[in-house]
Design a protein around this ligand. Structure first.
Ligand SMILES: Cc1ncc(COP(=O)(O)O)c(C=O)c1O
Length: 290
């Protein structure tokens, strides 16, 4: 069971997922030469879609992948897909690859990109992520904060897969990655926030984290609620000083991070600011993007 709903959208039309085919020479398959976005739909509406499409376009520009579909076309396609699959609460996945081409690293001149939109029923992560909260490890995978790929949600996801696998094998939900300078970056599929002396702190983009859509919304909500925020380089020792910590991504929302490497963060319980921002984030869904 794939978990995906019956219909997918590819190259401008709806087709049953079981009947959809991709070339064995697609560079997304051969080389991980592509991009993706994952977002949530609630009450039939994609959440913070404009920000996801903006990141997709920025990533396509970095990788020099053509994206010949307008935001209007992609938005309509997602709505069409949700309707065809009779889903209103869903996870939406948009995958763009460079397309069919030679396997070497050179970027071919004229090739048509491949796009696939798929959805699956989704109402949230398993409950333990929110109560008692997630546990993480500091993992061995090191992120190169100087790579141009840091800002790109690339289909080459192997570092994150290895990091998550290490976490699961050590009995934790998530893995925290450090960069080459030993600073905290993010989790395998989420951004990281700490509350230190009442201030909401998160690794800055120069630390090498993905510019998360949820991260940006949470920073905006926190400032609107009158909280001090800082984006800065953070050493792992900051985890010992933190009163609270939490993780964010588009499907997870805001989830408390209560233990790292077996040690409690703060009280080891979901914190008050975490709960306030989880609620504030939830209320942002109908709003325009930051
Ligand atoms: C490595 C990584 N960092 C951060 C995030 C959070 O990004 P967003 O809030 O845009 O979902 C993700 C999302 O899956 C991710 O894969």
């Amino acid at each position: 069971m794939s978990g995906w709903a019956e219909w997918v959208w590819t190259d401008g039309r709806l087709i049953r997922g079981a009947e959809a085919t991709l070339s064995v020479f697609d560079r997304g398959f051969l080389l991980g030469d592509g991009l993706f976005e994952t977002l949530r739909a609630s009450q039939g509406e994609p959440v913070h879609l404009a920000a996801h499409l903006r990141r997709l376009r920025a990533g396509a520009e970095v990788l020099r992948i053509r994206l010949p579909w307008s935001d209007q076309t992609l938005t309509a396609a997602i709505r069409e897909l949700l309707t065809a699959n009779e889903l209103s609460e869903a996870a939406v996945r948009l995958t763009l690859s460079r397309g069919v081409g030679p396997p070497g690293p050179s970027i071919p001149g004229t090739i048509s990109p491949t796009i696939v939109l798929a959805v699956r029923p989704f109402t949230g992560y398993p409950g333990r992520w929110y109560e008692p909260g997630a546990e993480a490890i500091l993992c061995r995978v090191v992120k190169n904060e100087r790579s141009p790929l840091c800002a790109v949600k690339s289909t080459s996801y192997l570092e994150h897969i290895l990091a998550r696998d290490e976490a699961v094998r050590r009995g934790a939900e998530e893995a925290l990655l450090l960069n080459t300078r030993g600073r905290l970056v993010e989790a395998s599929s989420a951004n990281l926030f700490l509350v230190i002396d009442g201030c909401l702190c998160t690794p800055d983009l120069a630390s090498g984290c993905l510019p998360g859509v949820t991260r940006a919304v949470v920073l905006t909500v926190a400032r609107e609620h009158g909280h001090e925020t800082r984006e800065e380089a953070l050493l792992p020792e900051a985890l010992d000083r933190a009163e609270e910590a939490f993780l964010t991504n588009s499907l997870l929302g805001v989830a408390p991070l209560v233990r790292v490497d077996g040690r409690p963060v703060g009280s080891g319980r979901p914190g008050l600011l975490t709960q306030e921002l989880a609620e504030g984030y939830r209320l942002s869904w109908g709003r325009s993007d930051p």
